[in-house]
Ligand binder design. Structure first.
Ligand SMILES: [Zn+2]
Length: 303
């Protein structure tokens, strides 16, 4: 059962059990916006039911990034009448090109989605995109009637397509922020993620930050998360440079679980190799010049 909390006037956190997912709902006078739709028709329907207990307004949707728990419930909302699905341009591209491969991740909790059987199991590709080609910080405003929501992209972080959703003094951050568990580094850009966290902590206009999983946090949490990540990256790089040190032993001094540490280490190694090969991480492009920098979850290559 979804747990719904009004965190500001007409702004709701909708928490569902599967994947400990946080979704959001923002009410305007003419329209309401839903943030992240779940991992398939079951979770999508659970989120939609929670939304419909609160409002009968027409809905638009934002997918904060291209991980299955953020967009695989889109078809449920399309069936309910939603036309506008907002995302970062790279998210739309990755969902269109590789979205089907992520179906394997949800087999236990969303078997219909995995096997593409039954209603609302098709992928709905985001059709309203942040401006530009997605390689630079960008923002747009979406009018909901007597209330505007700001969608923006700060830079590489948890993925290459993390969209933040701001309204009044509340900011929905997707998985850029993670409360109660380690950050997910699989598709991440750890060095740039630290910078993005520093920018985020400095945004005075927001007071409450809603992470992709866990409880809402305030800016000191973001500073600590950034510092912890910075220290962990530093420790990993230092232990790799020291030929005498055992990397495994060094891992136990790190703030993350061995599993998360291993993923961070592998991702840093892979990104460093790309950089040495002359691939620019600051301007990841796709299309004709696709660099293949998208990570294993987004590509569906993690299993
Ligand atoms: Zn994610």
């Amino acid at each position: 059962m979804a747990r719904t909390t009004e965190i500001a006037d007409g702004v709701y956190l909708i928490a569902t059990d599967n994947y400990r997912l946080n979704s959001g709902l923002i009410l305007g006078s003419e329209e309401a916006m839903v943030i992240d739709t779940g991992a398939g028709p079951r979770q999508g329907a659970e989120i939609l039911r929670a939304v419909r207990r609160i409002t009968e307004l027409p809905l638009s949707v934002v997918n904060t990034h291209t991980h299955f728990d953020r967009f695989m419930g889109n078809a449920v909302f399309e069936s309910d009448g939603a036309d506008d699905f907002w995302a970062h341009p790279r998210a739309a591209h990755a969902i269109e090109k590789y979205g089907d491969r992520q179906r394997t991740y949800v087999e236990v909790l969303e078997p219909e989605m995995t096997h593409q059987q039954g209603a609302n199991t098709h992928l709905v590709i985001p059709n309203r995109l942040l401006p530009g080609d997605g390689s630079r910080a960008s923002f747009t405003r979406v009018e909901l009637g007597d209330r505007a929501v700001t969608l923006f992209y700060l830079g590489l972080a948890h993925t290459d397509n993390d969209v933040l959703v701001g309204v009044d003094d509340v900011l929905f951050t997707g998985d850029i922020l993670e409360q109660g568990s380690d950050p997910a580094f699989d598709d991440s850009y750890p060095d740039q993620w630290v910078s993005t966290l520093e920018q985020l902590a400095a945004l005075d206009r927001y007071r409450v930050f809603v992470p992709g999983h866990g409880m809402p946090v305030e800016s000191p949490f973001i500073e600590r998360m950034g510092q912890t990540m910075k220290d962990a990256i530093h420790s990993i790089r230092a232990s790799k440079l020291d030929q005498n040190a055992s990397t495994t032993a060094a891992m136990y001094k790190l703030p993350y679980s061995p599993g998360a540490t291993r993923i961070l280490l592998d991702r840093l190694t892979w990104l460093d190799q790309k950089e040495e090969a002359g691939v620019s991480l600051s301007e990841v492009h796709f299309g004709d010049n696709e660099t293949g920098l998208t990570g294993p979850i987004t590509l569906g290559e993690g299993q």
